[in-house]
Design a protein around this ligand. Sequence first.
Ligand SMILES: C[S@@+](CC[C@H](N)C(=O)[O-])C[C@H]1O[C@@H](n2cnc3c(N)ncnc32)[C@H](O)[C@@H]1O
Length: 252
Amino acid sequence: MGSGTSADEFDEWYSNMRRSAALDDIHQRHLGLPPRLLSSSLLTWDGIAEVVEALRLKPEARLLDLACGRGGYGLEIASRTGARLIGIDFAPEAIDQARLLTRQFGSVAAEFRVGEFADTGLPDASVDAIVCVDAIQFQAGAEAFEEMRRVLRPGGRVALTTWDAVEHADERVSARIRAVHAEAGLTEAGFTNVVVRERPEWRAAERAMWEEAAALDPGDDPALHSLHREGVQVLAGFDLRRRILATATAGS
Ligand SMILES: C[S@@+](CC[C@H](N)C(=O)[O-])C[C@H]1O[C@@H](n2cnc3c(N)ncnc32)[C@H](O)[C@@H]1O
């Protein structure tokens, strides 16, 4: 989700969200999320459990939520597992909101910083696991996968949720989604046990959410306007893309 590409565009997107309870209500109903989990994407409540299983986190493990947005998914995973969370996103407004949201998660140990996919600012081998929810499509080049491999300790796990094209050459699919080659990106960066699975159940919730978005009257709510536009666009090519969960282990 999100049609921008620069940090400024995402900042504006997040500022608009801050004022739109209607937007959060739509996410929560379709994705089955509790109100404290401020999503700006499409991972469902059941999907979070699959991601948690894939990450194999131990209490006190260091978890990086890369392109964390408002932080809800990382905070939820940390609160389920006892992991210590670091969230990174290039949009300062998202990081501000994530810091505020931390208060909703009681004793979870969390910090949030501004950083880039290709330049997180974290030391080598400093995290035990990485989660990246619905964001790698914004920078699916080798640099992002190499940065993940660099900051992850050997044996650490990564779980990415995203979309890719049924046919990579199909120009009806957006260039951003056609650029996602999760299996090759992870393998070439030195990950092992790379598994990319389609998640049709997640697609059903996603389709229902976009149908509501495409049908709604956004009125004077800019966050609903952008959801509405994206809904119309995504539904037009919905069957041309796959919903995927990619998991892997950092090689030694
Ligand atoms: C669809 S949102 C998902 C946010 C969050 N993971 C969630 O699921 O709620 C995509 C996120 O990617 C971030 N992003 C896009 N390009 C980035 C980059 N080059 N470096 C860091 N973050 C980036 C955006 O700021 C945005 O927060």
